[in-house]
Design a protein around this ligand. Structure first.
Ligand code: KIV
Length: 361
């Protein structure tokens, strides 16, 4: 389907001379999906890229190749995750903390998660997309769980869902969702939605009964039909045992190297929060692969300084031209309307920026 985008309409308004002179070719281009010279670029080529499937993941798992997972919450992070070639992109309820600034994952709602999911689905075309069912969206009954999972796929554009915990009601919910035809990723160990009963963000599996529970719960979720299990904040031997006992991939976070794959939170691995207030947000198991926060801070300070000193925007970043005749006509019109000062300002801008006399092609 051909669409005339907002950026095209804006470009058309900004460059009427260009469009008029281009003739029939321009009409064709306005109706095509091939980008032309627009202000913000053009629509993307409409090629269908290959989405990672559960079959691809199973093959990777059988070959013993680690599965790569990272979270994303919006269009730009999704584009980066896609470009890096990750296997799975998780729209985690960690959005509540790293995007919305809450101290826990509990406050985020399903409707808010769906906004994140849709943005990610637009940006990440290749990884398998997993949407986290947030707190309060699946605990009451299997039918509530199925309804929420259906929304994740239908309204959020996800390929699968993740849910936390392994209490009998969660196992029943996972089974019901799988029976509804929706792939489910389980999540055991530290399950942040349960901090009320866990007594905070505490590692799990640190004594015999807790360690056995991690393995048992993972097995029960496998039995319910989950395609993969996240193991969060458990000692490496516990993760190794679960990984060995299961016939589906484990994805570790703070669980050591003996998992079938690893997941990290986008903001943590990029080092987005480079500020003393946010030191608490980055967990100790997370390796920072970048210092994006430093880069952002530096760029924002430089921008602030340049706006303050009026060195931005200079001629190079003032791209839109008006030809000499139109400037003259414009100045006349301003004068006629009694806006002498505005005319003086416009004339001074022409002098300062040297922005007038380039004819439009
Ligand atoms: O919400 C999230 O990002 C997660 C990961 C920590 C696995 O559940």
């Amino acid at each position: 389907m051909f669409r005339v985008t907002v950026s095209r309409v804006r470009a058309a308004a900004i460059a009427p001379c260009r469009r008029a002179s281009a003739g029939a070719g321009a009409v064709n281009r306005l109706l095509s999906n091939i980008p032309e010279d627009t202000v913000y670029g053009g629509p993307k080529p409409q090629t269908v890229s290959q989405r990672t499937t559960l079959t691809n993941l199973r093959q990777k798992y059988r070959r013993g190749e680690p599965i790569t997972v990272v979270t994303a919450y919006d269009y730009p992070s999704a584009v980066h995750v896609d470009t890096a070639g990750m296997d799975i992109c998780l729209v985690g309820d960690s959005a509540a903390m790293v995007v919305h600034g809450h101290d826990t994952t509990l406050p985020i709602s399903l409707d808010e998660m769906l906004v994140h999911c849709r943005s990610v689905a637009r940006g990440a075309t290749r990884p398998l997309l997993v949407g986290d069912l947030p707190f309060g969206s699946y605990e009451s009954s299997p039918s509530q769980a199925v309804d929420s999972a259906v929304r994740m796929l239908r309204e959020g554009g996800m390929d699968a869902i993740k849910l936390e915990g392994g209490a009998p009601s969660r196992i029943t919910a996972a089974k019901a969702i799988v029976e509804a035809g929706i792939a489910v990723m389980g999540h055991v160990g530290l399950t942040p939605q349960a901090i009320s009963v866990l007594g905070g963000f505490r590692p799990q599996g640190k004594n015999v009964s807790s360690a056995v529970k991690v393995v048992e719960t993972a097995l029960a979720l496998q039995e319910a039909g989950c395609f993969s299990i996240v193991l969060e904040c458990v000692p490496a031997p516990v993760a190794a045992a679960a990984t060995s006992a299961l016939q589906i991939p484990t994805i570790g976070i703070g669980a050591g190297p003996f998992c079938s794959g690893q997941v990290l939170i986008y903001h943590d691995l990029l080092g987005m929060f480079q500020h003393p207030h946010h030191a608490k947000v980055s967990p100790k198991f997370c390796k920072q692969y970048g210092n994006v926060g430093d880069v952002i801070n530096k760029a924002l300070l430089e921008y602030k300084q340049e706006v303050g000193s009026k060195s931005f925007p200079g001629p190079r970043h003032t791209p839109y031209k008006i030809n000499a005749d139109d400037v003259a006509g414009f100045l006349d019109e301003l004068q006629k309307r009694g806006w002498g000062e505005a005319a003086t300002a416009a004339a001074a801008a022409v002098q300062t920026m040297d922005i007038s006399p380039k004819p439009l092609d």
